[in-house]
Design a protein around this ligand. Structure first.
Ligand code: R5P
Length: 234
């Protein structure tokens, strides 16, 4: 990541912080952009802002503990006011691709439990159609090959082809916080996003996928010309 990109992520995170009010219950996303948000939030907490957060990954939880951001769990606090999270792609209607960092399952559960989700990113994440970024799909380890074949077949029914690859880390299959694996599907442009999301959900070995549809209400994008916001309704 260049210094410029990092600076843009910080600007997007700073703009999102303006939406945080005292007493809020927050969902805290995962990834390099969310990390900037957590860092800025921690500064406000140190100054006296009272909030409580639900982290979407062990990585975010660890950072929050290091920085002194008060945490709760979704079991203790099942209804949240606002989730702030990054994305790998932001498409029309604020449909997102997420999961590049492997946190998509907890991220989706937390976003769905929130009244609002604000997605923060540098402007390079904005796309005309989702699919340039390989779609992360979280799968159960049991029957992995059969699930990958079923994903491939689902893709074909939608005219989507391309490599479907098991994500690796240190020579072994990557393991999510939930104990599952991730398959990255390089389908390219995904036109019927909602229908394809339903198709993936119908595969038994698919735990969750990285298509986030109808969850984000606002995008805050930072670019060289400043901050741009996109409302899901617009
Ligand atoms: O699993 C990871 C998350 O979905 C991230 O929000 C996404 O990958 C974007 O991460 P970053 O802000 O590092 O680009």
């Amino acid at each position: 990541m260049t210094e410029d990109t990092k600076a843009l992520k910080i600007e997007a995170a700073r703009a999102a912080l303006a939406n945080v009010e005292p007493g809020m219950k927050l969902g805290l996303g995962t990834g390099s952009t969310s990390e900037e948000f957590v860092r800025l939030l921690a500064t406000r907490v140190a100054e006296g802002l009272e909030i409580v957060g639900v982290p979407t990954s062990i990585r975010t939880e660890t950072l929050c503990r290091e920085l002194g951001v008060p945490l709760t769990t979704l079991d203790e606090t099942p209804e949240l006011d606002l989730t702030v999270d990054g994305a790998d792609e932001i498409g029309p209607g604020l449909a997102l691709v997420k999961g590049g960092g492997g946190a998509l399952l907890r991220e989706k559960i937390v976003a769905a439990a929130s009244r609002r989700m604000i997605v923060i990113a540098d402007e390079s994440k904005l796309v005309e159609a989702l699919g340039r970024f390989p779609l992360p799909i979280e799968v159960n380890a049991f029957g992995l090959r059969a699930t990958m074949l079923a994903i491939e077949a689902a893709g074909r029914r939608f005219g989507l082809t391309g490599e479907i690859r098991l994500r690796m880390a240190d020579g072994k299959p990557f393991v999510t916080d939930g104990g599952h694996h991730i398959v990255d599907a390089s389908f390219g442009r995904i036109p019927a996003t909602r229908a394809f999301a339903d198709e993936l959900n119908a595969i038994p070995g698919v735990v969750e996928h990285g298509l986030f549809i109808g969850l984000a209400s606002l995008a805050i994008l930072a670019g060289r010309d400043g901050i741009r916001t996109i409302d899901a309704q617009s």
